[in-house]
Design a protein around this ligand. Structure first.
Ligand SMILES: [Zn+2]
Length: 440
């Protein structure tokens, strides 16, 4: 009934064959040593064991001046799918609230562009931006004006008055610049009107806050936010449109269960999930996006308000315990960082944290690629490296299965292809291929 929007990227892709690397295709099976990947018109034509040379009509050293594909020797390297960060905020920098409020709107947009570029350079070729970013940023990436990941947008996260996205201090002044669409839903009519406005504005996903949060001034993660009946109403409303999935910011156990019972596709954070909540997720096939990069990171108390620091210390410990239990129980995990709450461009730290809390390195990779593509309903085109899919991939000179921690440093992600076009080649492994840049 429903189709997900497929964000494109406007680069001119080459016809190339990547030969000799170890291939981790995102499906979770054994890596293929000495692999071959052929890319044409931005999509993968072939990915697997090396074919003999006649099958490919291209010899070593052939150049795109001829009619065959260019062959790039990547022996000793590892190729993986481009990662998908299911939870970012390109427009946010929560830890500098006063500074952020003082900025001009234009500067915030330029900063969003810089954050998008950093994220792509870290090896993330697709993201879900779960609040604070409008279609202008997404469309600028599509048009090739700026470099960045493919983007699915929530535009504005929703909560009741006094809830997680009511960014109003008790004195009535804002803690943050205004969201693109009014985030407050208190009544059934508010819900319908706001969902319709978001769909009109280009939302690919709806984000609701079924609990309070750590960064909000007037509530806690134990507080109920958007109630179950409103979650259900939203699912019903999007079901009449493109079936935009609902993602719930949910941290305390009761709000997590309200979200799942209401029909959300993903629970974001999930820090305090109880055993009943875990069972409900397993029953409903709900995804967990644990945002460990933010959960486990306790900020410098000098940089954040006191209420935020205190809540963070408490909920960090809860997350460490309960997310571990949920992952061990086999809940479907898709990785997401909440970048904006933690720094942009260090997204693959999330892989390391997922392993810290019990996933195997291969499970963590699948969570950051295949599972995340499934969450975004983009599995037909993204998430794994197989014939027919878009050629979004990263190239490394180490084995992430043996050393997942090295992924955390974006400098170790040496090359990135997006839609078959080279957007990063810091080690010069593609000597004859142009590296795409932004604004021309
Ligand atoms: Zn978030």
């Amino acid at each position: 009934m429903s189709t997900a929007y497929l964000p494109t990227t406007n680069h001119d892709p080459e016809h190339i064959i990547l030969r000799g690397a170890t291939l981790i295709d995102g499906n979770g099976g054994d890596p293929v040593a000495g692999s071959e990947i052929e890319i044409k018109d931005g999509r993968i034509v072939y990915a697997g064991v090396q074919r003999n040379e006649e099958a490919t009509s291209a010899g070593e050293g052939s150049d795109s001046g001829g009619k065959g594909p260019r062959v790039v020797d990547l022996a000793g390297k590892t190729i993986m799918p481009g990662f998908i960060d299911s939870h970012v905020h390109f427009g946010l920098s929560v830890e500098n609230q006063a500074e952020n409020l003082a900025r001009f709107a234009s500067e915030r947009i330029v900063r969003s562009a810089a954050n998008a570029r950093k994220t792509l350079m870290a090896g993330v070729t697709t993201v879900r931006d779960l609040g604070g970013t409008d279609r202008g940023v997404r469309d600028s990436i599509q048009q090739g004006l700026i470099l960045g990941p493919r983007v699915h947008l929530a535009i504005t996260p929703l909560s009741p008055t006094g809830g997680h996205t009511d960014f109003t201090m008790p004195n009535g002044l804002p803690t943050m610049p205004a969201m693109p669409v009014d985030p407050i839903i208190d009544t059934d009519d508010d819900v319908r009107r706001t969902i319709r406005t978001l769909v009109r504005s280009g939302a690919d996903v709806i984000k609701v806050c079924t609990t309070g949060g750590v960064s909000s001034p007037s509530d806690t993660p134990d507080d109920i936010g958007v109630p179950e009946e409103h979650v259900r109403l939203i699912v019903e409303e999007t079901g009449k449109r493109a079936g935009q999935p609902v993602a719930a910011h949910a941290q305390g156990a009761e709000g997590i269960k309200a979200a799942i019972r209401g029909g959300v596709r993903s629970v974001e954070h999930g820090y305090g999930i109880d055993d009943e909540g875990i069972d409900l997720m397993l029953e409903n096939g709900t995804f967990l996006v644990p945002t460990l990069s933010s959960a486990l990171r306790v900020p410098d108390p000098k940089n954040v308000p006191g209420y935020l620091y205190e809540k963070k210390v408490k909920w960090s410990a809860i997350a460490r315990e309960r997310v571990t239990v949920a992952m061990a129980a086999g809940v479907k995990v898709a990785l997401g960082t909440d970048a904006g709450v933690c720094p942009h461009g260090l997204n693959l730290r999330e892989e390391m944290h997922a392993v810290e809390l019990g996933l195997t390195p291969m499970q963590a990779i699948v969570a950051g690629t295949k599972n995340a593509a499934e969450l975004l309903r983009l599995s037909t085109d993204l998430g794994t490296l197989e014939a027919g899919k878009l050629a979004d991939l990263v190239v490394l000179d180490f084995d992430p299965l043996a050393d997942i921690t090295s992924l955390a440093d974006p400098d170790n992600v040496k090359a990135v292809l997006q839609g078959g076009a080279l957007v990063k080649d810091s080690a010069g492994w593609f000597p004859n291929s142009p590296v795409r840049s932004a604004l021309g």
